[in-house]
Design a protein around this ligand. Structure first.
Ligand code: UDP
Length: 350
């Protein structure tokens, strides 16, 4: 039997890490080393003999990380804070984890000559106003320093530039991917979704289950392309299987056909919620939305991104990958998941 490829995933319990690990393990061709301080998304995978998991904080695990970077072929550092609410509440924490920790990891990957697959973000394009964002030609446009929302965008932008420079001058082989609003079950923890401050699809659906009005920030005309996590992870698998072809590439991974304004998304969530066969009638009757200002919702320091749509020409041409899952299907999957979690929560209360 050929030796299994070894992959290190830091932040393995995250939304992307957990789906990616599950999919990789299903091939029985990879040995996955995973680190995370939590395990609620991957608890069902920890018995797999191809999965070696350490539950701990990065700060206490530097020796483990270095040892595994030495051992593995591909390093995927996914540990990061990627929620706009935090960019306002705790930008320093975002800087420490997203920038400082990840820079340390990137340097080790360079030192040991391993292949890096790194999450960039659609946020790097900021307020660019071209119809489609292209990886290698679109300018990045961000707002002033007092709007700390941009800390995440600029951290990721600098890391992209550092990674690219290491590839030019330090021999690093890498592929950076930019997720465009990946969604699906388990996006944010149910506890976090309950606060009403998680990412938009979860926040909307959780509010409906809690009989609270959906909160549309601003006038709701801002738009996003929502991408199913399964489509996103399929693309990551293609990258993992074709590392040489993807070397030195930045890829948008998004679904340009799933473009909706936030207002349209609110209407769609309510519509699908009301059609769902198992949701109780009183919840359906209570489903409504309201508009709130961004100051009220996020606090000072927020600035919205009005428009965001990826060009996926490059990833299509190199990897023959295209997204196939429509927005209704993704939202229905999320409703199913949140509804079952909501039932469990209520059972525990009894
Ligand atoms: N948003 C909203 N209500 C919510 C959560 C988010 O109207 O309860 C808006 C937010 O202001 C932004 C969009 O939905 O315009 C997407 O927000 P999200 O946090 O999901 O991610 P982003 O794409 O901004 O990183």
């Amino acid at each position: 039997m050929p030796e299994k490829k070894k992959i290190l995933i830091i932040g393995v319990n995250g939304f992307i890490g957990s789906y990616l690990t599950e999919k990789l393990l299903s091939f029985n061709e990879y040995e996955i080393y995973g680190l995370d301080r939590d395990s609620y998304r991957i608890a069902h995978l920890t018995d797999d003999s191809n999965f070696i998991f350490l539950q701990d904080d990065i700060i206490r695990s530097w020796d483990w990380i270095e040892n595994k970077i030495k051992k593995c072929d591909i390093i995927i550092p996914l540990a990061a804070i990627a929620m706009p609410k935090y960019y306002i509440e705790n930008p320093i924490k975002v800087f420490e984890i997203d920038f400082e920790y990840n820079l340390e990891i990137i340097k080790m990957v360079v030192k040991y000559g391993k292949y890096l697959i790194f999450p960039s973000t659609s946020e790097v394009y900021g307020k660019s106003n071209t119809d489609y964002f292209h990886e290698d030609t679109t300018d990045f446009v961000v707002g002033p320093i007092i709007n700390t929302r941009w800390i995440y965008s600029t951290i990721k932008q600098l890391l992209d530039r550092v990674i690219y420079s290491y590839s030019l001058h330090g021999g690093l082989k890498f592929c950076c991917f930019r997720p465009f609003n990946w969604i699906g079950p388990k996006l944010d923890s149910i506890e976090y979704a309950k606060t009403g401050c998680s990412r938009v699809t979860n926040s909307f659906l959780m509010n409906l289950l809690l009989k609270k009005p959906i909160k549309i920030v601003g006038d709701g005309r801002q738009g996003r392309c929502f991408t199913d996590i399964k489509d996103g992870v399929d693309c990551l698998i293609q990258i993992i299987m074709n590392t040489e072809m993807c070397n030195q590439q930045f890829f948008n991974i998004g679904n340009p056909d799933n473009y909706l304004t936030v207002y349209e998304l609110a209407i769609k969530c309510i519509e699908l919620f009301k059609k769902h066969p198992e949701i109780p009638k009183d919840l359906k009757q209570a489903a409504k939305f309201e508009f709130v200002s961004s100051d009220e919702y996020y606090g000072k320091g927020y600035e919205d991104i009005f428009y965001r749509k990826p060009s996926i020409d490059k990833v299509k041409a190199i990897l023959m990958w295209s997204p196939v899952i429509g927005i209704d299907k993704s939202l229905n999957n999320s409703i199913d998941y949140l509804f079952s979690e909501w039932n469990k929560m209520n059972d525990q209360k009894i």
